[in-house]
Design a protein around this ligand. Structure first.
Ligand SMILES: Cc1ncc(COP(=O)(O)O)c(C=O)c1O
Length: 361
């Protein structure tokens, strides 16, 4: 039995008690609202966590990349949605091969993608992605019907609309986020009207993230939630104003670090941005609001007091960091250490393989 205090540093640690509470809270929310749950596995990249989500009622998981789908399928996940466009012929051949081994769905936003998907003999459900305000992938709502018709004409299955507003997730205020999802809802209505006008049935609208899912659920327009980050809850999400009606989610992902150098004005820990992603900002020091983390480079983090008199941790002391952004942080590690019984007194219950680490193609 390995105690938490014996975990070597730096290490990516999952508080399994917090993770289980988060998993259950979202599963209950979806069930209580009569919604399908298809969590996004791009966040944890782990077949073991995906299977826990499915055991709690999820219909399957989303992934973002072909190789991510392949990695999770290899590790036993049987129902996958590539919630993203794939246009490269060689990748589409892999999509087709995978579609004969697991239940598979994919998103499209162009006739070329549909043509190539049909040409490679893929057995997939196809969602038309509409741009609901993110300004990334997705067609204008009015063009959804044309693509849906092309999907059918190509002998593929039109499964519905993908409507995800990524930028809305981190709008800090509830009011701003509500406005963004209201506009996204108008886009969904417009796409559905275009489909209705051509008598094309839209069986499902899928989308929503951890910052906005309460709003999509309340709209009555979305039938499936693709939430991802709720499992681990990073610092960036904790900085959002919490949404009324949302369940509580706790931080479950931490970098365990150790003070390796100590000076009068600073303590230096052994975790830099090779241990945690910094695209959404620096980590927060868990349980120590009086300490500020500064980037010390690849392998170092520098802690300084941000209140007069705040004591710096001692040489050799453990410091727990809450990463700024969970998805790219997980992708930096081969394994996560799952602990039970808390960060102070707990024990290591399992190593969680990041099955799709580096699966970016
Ligand atoms: C298409 C899609 N759906 C769902 C999600 C999950 O969002 P979150 O991790 O904010 O819950 C993402 C995340 O980027 C996404 O790209």
């Amino acid at each position: 039995m390995t105690r938490v205090e014996d975990i070597d540093t730096p290490a990516l640690v999952v508080d399994l008690d917090a993770m289980d509470r988060n998993l259950a809270a979202m599963a209950d929310f979806a069930r209580d609202h009569g919604l399908r749950l298809r969590p996004h596995a791009k966040m944890h990249k782990s077949a073991w966590i995906a299977q826990r989500q499915v055991a709690l009622g999820a219909v399957g998981v989303c992934v973002q990349k072909t190789s991510e789908a392949e990695a999770l399928a290899r590790a036993g996940v049987r129902d996958l949605f590539i919630s993203n466009e794939v246009i490269d012929r060689a990748k589409l051949a892999r999509v087709a091969a995978l579609s004969h081994r697991v239940k598979l769905a994919i998103a499209v936003d162009d006739a070329l993608g549909i043509e190539r998907l049909a040409a490679c003999g893929a057995d997939v459900d196809v969602f038309v992605e509409i741009d609901v305000g993110h300004g990334r992938c997705g067609v204008a709502p009015a063009d959804a019907a044309d693509l849906a018709r092309r999907i059918r004409d190509a002998g593929l299955r039109f499964a519905g609309l993908q409507a995800y507003h990524g930028r809305a997730q981190h709008l800090r205020g509830v009011e701003e986020r509500s406005g963004a999802i209201e506009a996204a809802g108008a886009a969904v209505r417009a796409a559905r009207a275009a489909l209705d006008a051509q008598r094309i049935e839209c069986a499902l609208v899928t989308g929503a993230g951890s910052g906005s899912f309460v709003l999509e659920a309340a709209s009555g327009l979305w039938g499936e939630l693709q939430v991802g980050s709720y499992v681990f809850m990073d610092r960036d999400y904790a900085d959002n104003e919490s949404m009324p009606g949302a369940p509580r989610f706790d931080h479950a992902l931490f970098v365990k670090s150790q003070v390796m150098s100590r000076h009068a004005d600073r303590a230096v820990v052994d975790a830099g941005h090779k241990s945690h992603a910094i695209d959404s900002g620096l980590p927060r020091v868990w349980g120590r609001d009086d300490l500020e983390f500064a980037n010390g480079g690849d392998e170092h983090g520098i802690l300084r007091a941000n209140r007069p008199g705040a004591p710096l941790p001692a040489l050799g002391e453990t410091v727990w960091l809450v990463p700024g952004h969970c998805d790219p942080t997980v992708n930096l590690h081969d394994t996560m250490v799952g602990v039970r019984g808390g960060l102070e007194q707990g024990v290591v219950e399992r190593l969680i393989r990041v099955d799709a680490r580096g699966a970016l193609s």
